[in-house]
Design a protein. Structure first.
Ligand SMILES: Cc1cc2nc3c(=O)[nH]c(=O)nc-3n(C[C@H](O)[C@H](O)[C@H](O)COP(=O)(O)O)c2cc1C
Length: 239
């Protein structure tokens, strides 16, 4: 049996969503033995801060992290993807990162492993990618590349987005936050905010079409570049 070289971990609960697509694209382009796991298919709870992992670097919490940690240790690289939820990584991703703390004490067991990250959001993907880079760096990973991309707004799919006063584009509107997150500009051609829309008071918009990273050549090119870079560092066949 061939040894696992890259472990892809998606912290998105959405099946085959943008996060999954980009994580899988990196694995494919890397051209080495890889495995893709979705944290939402597993039970990986948060760190209990019991510190019983300190000297053995083994987490004692009994859930699926035990097996997942074995895969992380076996692989030479981790590709971690997360959607942006509340301005940062999803709770699935955060719990996974917290549990990797068990590998840090005294020995920095993950030192030297390579990593790549994927962050998909509507406005907060760049900050989330930065958060992931710092968290992985502190665990000893050597970051090969980060991709941040605009995704499918969940309000596009919920059924109430066109008339919701609290849709994400309304919650982040400049007249509410005092900051321009560039939402309307970023989703031009996908979303039309109508003149009678008043954020947090009266929702009025037209969802014109879905936004998928699959339709964004620049995102795909950058993702494949990171995949090839990872493959080259691991001695894979990246063509
Ligand atoms: C609970 C929840 C909270 C969210 N919070 C944010 C947010 O704070 N900032 C943001 O940019 N997008 C936010 N989003 C939108 C997601 O980041 C967006 O839908 C993204 O495309 C999800 O990735 P996926 O396509 O892989 O599912 C949120 C979505 C959900 C479900």
């Amino acid at each position: 049996m061939t040894r696992l070289q890259v472990l892809g971990v998606s912290g998105s609960p959405v099946k085959d969503g943008n996060t999954d697509v980009l994580v899988k694209a990196i694995l494919e382009t890397a051209g080495v033995e890889s495995e893709f796991v979705k944290l939402s298919d597993l039970r990986v709870g948060p760190c209990n801060a019991c510190m019983r992992c300190t000297f053995m670097n083994l987490c004692v919490v009994e859930d699926d992290f035990v097996q997942l940690a074995e895969k992380v240790m076996e692989a030479d690289a981790l590709v971690l993807g997360s959607p942006v939820y509340y301005g940062t990584v999803s709770a699935y991703t955060k719990a996974f990162m917290e549990r990797l703390f068990s590998k840090r004490h005294v020995h920095l067991r993950l030192k030297g492993k390579l990593a790549a990250t994927v962050a998909v959001g509507e406005v907060g993907e760049v900050e989330t990618a930065a958060w992931m880079a710092t968290a992985l760096d502190r665990q000893g990973f050597d970051l090969v590349g980060s991709i941040s991309a605009k995704g499918t707004p969940c309000c596009f799919a919920c059924g109430a987005g066109e008339t919701c006063a609290y849709a994400n584009w309304n919650a982040t509107a400049p007249e509410v936050t005092g900051e321009d997150y560039g939402y309307a500009e970023a989703y031009r051609g996908y979303l039309e905010i109508l003149p009678d829309n008043v954020p947090l008071v009266h929702g009025s918009a037209k969802i014109l079409r879905c936004r998928s990273v699959k339709d964004e050549p620049a995102v795909i090119v950058e993702t494949e570049r990171i995949g090839r870079l990872l493959g080259d560092r691991l001695g894979g066949d990246t063509g």
